[in-house]
Design a protein around this ligand. Structure first.
Ligand code: G3P
Length: 220
């Protein structure tokens, strides 16, 4: 499974990218607003840092405006993917844009029907929001399972991005269900690295190594 980071924070992106595990980035208007800087400049900087796809969201509502905005965003860098929300206008715009070779990430996906429609208009990615479904008292991972089955039935090339990931277990579940990508917040990526037994193991190995050095000194 490919691992994307879900943030517009360049320091966090740089840090995780330096570990060699990062396949791409997703942003949304809320994440960009948190950074309080020029949106296009931020996207350009992220695209220069990361080789994989970087999702930048279009905020226009009608199809002609979405198309114009998406074309502009995709000119920022060759690895920009334009996020477009799942609406009838978004579908119509995605059909045109994907025909032009623009990579579209259809977002705010909360049902397998929406994912099926995103695939029909040629979206490169589809983003089901699992955490937000969990928040309503339903199981967001059931949606990933449904979309994986539907796409597998028809060999759909659209990649499934498990989004709105809230904790490390979500990442494991998405991988077990066969999501193509999980887009994960910085804090959750850091939590994926950690295990108390790893820390305890390192501590005891280092202590035993020190003991050996002392014994060698005494012996010599
Ligand atoms: O980028 C979209 C998605 O990952 C948002 O997550 O935590 O705001 O539901 P969240």
């Amino acid at each position: 499974m490919k691992l994307f980071i879900d943030t517009a924070n360049i320091e966090h992106i740089r840090e995780v990218n330096s570990w060699g595990i990062l396949d791409g980035v997703t942003t949304n208007p809320t994440l960009c607003a948190k950074e309080g800087r020029d949106f296009r400049e931020a996207i350009a900087e992220i695209c220069a840092e990361v080789a994989g796809p970087v999702s930048a969201e279009a905020v226009s509502v009608n199809r002609e405006e979405i198309i114009t905005e998406a074309r502009e965003l995709s000119r920022i860098a060759p690895n920009v993917a334009v996020k477009i929300p799942m609406t009838t206008e978004g579908l119509a715009a995605t059909k045109v844009l994907s025909g032009e070779g623009v990579k579209v990430n259809m977002t705010l996906i909360f049902s397998a029907n929406q994912a099926l429609l995103a695939a029909k208009v040629g979206a490169a990615f589809t983003s089901p929001f699992v955490g937000r479904i969990d928040d309503t008292g339903h199981d967001g991972m059931e949606l990933i399972d449904e979309i994986v089955t539907v796409y597998d039935n028809y060999n759909v090339p659209t990649e499934i991005i498990a989004a709105s990931i809230r904790h490390p277990l979500h990442v494991i579940q998405a991988a077990m269900l066969g999501a193509d990508i999980a887009t994960v917040p910085y804090a959750v990526i850091k939590a994926m690295v950690k295990h108390p037994l790893t820390d305890r193991g390192i501590e005891s190995f280092l202590k035993d190594w020190e003991k050996l050095q002392d014994a060698i000194k005494v012996g010599g």
